[in-house]
Design a protein around this ligand. Structure first.
Ligand SMILES: *[C@@H]1O[C@H](CO)[C@@H](O)[C@H](O)[C@H]1NC(C)=O
Ligand SMILES: *[C@@H]1O[C@H](CO)[C@@H](O)[C@H](O)[C@H]1NC(C)=O
Ligand SMILES: *[C@@H]1O[C@H](CO)[C@@H](O)[C@H](O)[C@H]1NC(C)=O
Ligand SMILES: *[C@@H]1O[C@H](CO)[C@@H](O)[C@H](O)[C@H]1NC(C)=O
Ligand SMILES: *[C@@H]1O[C@H](CO)[C@@H](O)[C@H](O)[C@H]1NC(C)=O
Ligand SMILES: *[C@@H]1O[C@H](CO)[C@@H](O)[C@H](O)[C@H]1NC(C)=O
Ligand SMILES: *[C@@H]1O[C@H](CO)[C@@H](O)[C@H](O)[C@H]1NC(C)=O
Ligand SMILES: *[C@@H]1O[C@H](CO)[C@@H](O)[C@H](O)[C@H]1NC(C)=O
Ligand SMILES: *[C@@H]1O[C@H](CO)[C@@H](O)[C@H](O)[C@H]1NC(C)=O
Ligand SMILES: *[C@@H]1O[C@H](CO)[C@@H](O)[C@H](O)[C@H]1NC(C)=O
Ligand SMILES: *[C@@H]1O[C@H](CO)[C@@H](O)[C@H](O)[C@H]1NC(C)=O
Ligand SMILES: *[C@@H]1O[C@H](CO)[C@@H](O)[C@H](O)[C@H]1NC(C)=O
Length: 499
């Protein structure tokens, strides 16, 4: 292509405004930082190499410097450029339309992570019919999406994440973008519904519309996007979650569905017929977090044998954690924090409602388990220690009682651990990784004792009686004394059975 010669400065650009302490004694000689920037820029151009080799970048073709050696303009006429990557600089001002005037051969344009402001996307972008990859994300662009953009019929990726673009997108004609594979409009101020025309972009694999002001329902037409594997709609004002999930269930290809923070205040999608759907066959990541949803964890989730990540935190879910959760073999992340789940956690061989722990012990890949801020009662189950890959265990703010099982010490990978604000009691298992956690991981359990908590463990009477010679007051270093302790606290006799 031919980028028309123009002076970036004239258009309000300030290229390569980089910090530099180099004091140039040689007027006009280029700053080393400027040279480096230009070279890294040149390396991103998918075009015949520029002859930028000599030391003084101010003498390079196309470069103009000021008296201090700062580059003030960049002129790249007739360079047959095919791709432009100006990402991660400090450009500001509006993107000049003239930039695109003779750029008809441009196939990729990336100004990600700058500070481009002002008006809309350059209106004549639509003339660049060969454009495939367009990335404007992380700038301050304002205004609406120009309809002419839809003339870029070869677009494969359009990324506009995190600008302040706005306007009703319901009626835009995306239908001509038949090559489009990735569309990313997240974190803008778009309004309206999901444009129906989008449903005819048959190549689409990933749609990200989260954090806008979109509303309405998902249309059953969306099912024509046979290749769709990633859909992120969270942080909008969509309605009718049950309907949406029923439709989306049919997608064979969908592996990520992020709906957090939309569908505010609705019920968990749990119609009876959904269990028979056999849907979401490939779903791996699913989020319905942060929406004040009520109801129980629905049974149809038990069919999602490929599920790896489940986020249901910050809702108003009640009832038990269903035991089938333990039968989803790929789960590595479960976040149920901040709900009203009230399952009683019990030991194995009991059939009391919600006997998750036994089953949860089967989740060999589980890495993160957040059950904090619920209404769990009962004891911490031994079976959690079967989760050999567990990195995070948060049981904070429940009604758990009993001791901390010493078997938890075998969880070598644990990096976050929190049992604060329960009714736990007894000594924190000694000589284990558990003691390396901050005291805050145990606080709010008045009857817990031992390092790292400040209160020492008082030897209990029973042990005193059996162990009169033990002068090592307040210590529970030997496993014998631990067993004795359990033995004496009758409540925990069940645990003894499982040791
Ligand atoms: C576009 O590329 C073609 C060759 O593929 C060339 O003939 C033409 O001059 C180029 N146009 C511009 C504006 O660079
Ligand atoms: C590259 O630039 C140098 C001067 O910096 C010049 O001597 C050389 O001829 C140029 N090479 C080409 C291929 O233009
Ligand atoms: C655009 O640039 C950003 C930052 O350098 C980079 O992360 C991203 O992958 C680029 N996008 C494309 C489509 O090349
Ligand atoms: C981005 O541009 C705005 C307005 O043009 C300016 O106020 C702000 O300081 C700039 N930020 C950076 C990081 O350059
Ligand atoms: C987009 O294409 C239509 C016809 O397909 C044309 O009328 C219109 O001028 C084009 N817009 C731009 C900005 O190129
Ligand atoms: C948007 O980008 C700005 C910096 O450009 C960042 O501070 C902010 O956190 C981003 N917002 C989101 C929601 O990603
Ligand atoms: C646009 O979004 C920003 C950040 O999300 C928000 O502060 C602003 O109020 C929004 N403007 C409109 C008109 O919605
Ligand atoms: C959800 O959408 C379907 C189909 O449009 C409709 O039949 C149903 O009544 C809607 N439900 C709610 C709660 O709006
Ligand atoms: C758990 O999910 C809630 C709701 O999305 C979120 O706010 C919280 O940060 C998550 N916890 C972790 C540790 O990711
Ligand atoms: C927690 O359970 C207790 C009874 O066990 C009940 O009184 C309380 O309302 C529950 N809290 C929530 C938030 O559901
Ligand atoms: C627990 O209940 C299941 C059926 O729900 C039954 O098959 C099993 O025998 C019961 N186990 C015990 C220990 O009662
Ligand atoms: C654990 O849960 C508590 C209570 O909800 C929360 O304050 C804390 O940030 C959580 N810690 C981690 C690591 O998720």
């Amino acid at each position: 292509m031919l980028v028309q010669a123009y002076n970036l400065m004239v258009h309000g650009f300030l290229p390569f405004l980089l910090l530099s302490c180099i004091i140039s004694t040689n007027i006009h000689a280029c700053k080393q930082t400027e040279r480096n920037s230009l070279l890294s820029f040149a390396s991103t151009l998918s075009s015949p190499p520029l002859n930028w080799t000599s030391l003084d970048c101010c003498r390079w073709k196309g470069i103009t410097c000021d008296q201090d050696g700062w580059v003030t303009s960049l002129l790249l006429p007739s360079k047959w450029l095919k791709g432009v990557d100006l990402s991660s600089n400090h450009f500001f001002g509006a993107i000049p339309s003239s930039f695109f005037q003779q750029a008809s051969n441009l196939t990729s344009f990336n100004v990600s992570n700058n500070n481009f402001t002002g008006g809309e996307l350059p209106l004549n972008l639509g003339k660049l019919s060969k454009l495939k990859f367009v990335t404007f994300d992380f700038n301050n662009l304002e205004g609406a999406l120009p309809p002419s953009l839809m003339n870029c019929t070869n677009l494969v990726e359009l990324r506009l994440e995190n600008n302040t673009l706005e306007g009703d997108i319901s009626m835009l004609d995306f239908s001509r973008l038949s090559q489009l594979i990735k569309l990313d409009l997240r974190v803008n101020n778009f309004t309206g519904t999901i444009p129906v025309s989008l449903y005819s972009c048959r190549s689409l694999k990933a749609i990200r519309l989260s954090k806008n002001h979109l509303e309405g329902q998902i249309q059953a037409e969306i099912l024509s996007l046979k290749s769709l594997s990633f859909l992120s709609l969270g942080g909008n004002r969509f309605t009718n979650l049950t309907w949406a999930v029923k439709i989306l269930m049919s997608f064979k290809s969908l592996h990520t569905l992020m709906l957090a923070g939309s569908y505010e205040g609705e019920g968990m999608p749990s119609d009876d017929d959904m269990v028979d759907f056999d849907g979401f066959q490939n779903l791996r990541r699913f989020s319905l977090a942060g929406s004040h949803l009520n109801g129980q964890i629905p049974l149809w989730l038990s069919k999602l044998k490929n599920l790896e990540l489940l986020e249901l935190g910050f809702n108003q879910i009640t009832g038990p954690i269903p035991s089938w959760l333990g039968t989803l073999p790929r789960l590595f992340y479960i976040n149920l924090s901040n709900n009203r789940i009230s399952a009683t956690i019990v030991l194995s061989n009991n059939n009391i409602s919600g006997d998750i722990p036994t089953k949860i012990g089967q989740l060999q890949l589980l890495q993160e388990l957040y059950l904090d801020s619920n209404n769990f009662s009962g004891v911490i189950p031994d079976q959690i220690s079967n989760l050999k890959n567990l990195e995070v265990l948060n049981l904070s703010m429940n009604l758990l009682s009993g001791i901390i099982p010493s078997s938890l010490a075998s969880l070598n990978f644990l990096r976050e651990f929190n049992t604060s604000y329960n009714n736990l009691e007894g000594p924190i298992p000694i000589g284990t990784q558990l003691q390396s956690f901050n005291a805050s991981a145990f606080e709010g359990n008045p009857k817990l004792c031992g390092v790292p908590l400040p209160n020492k463990c008082e030897p209990n009477k029973c042990i005193d009686a059996d162990n009169k010679n033990n002068k090592d007051e307040g210590q529970w270093a030997s496993s014998t004394s631990m067993v004795l302790y359990f033995c004496c606290v009758g409540v925990h006799s069940r645990i003894l059975g499982s040791l």
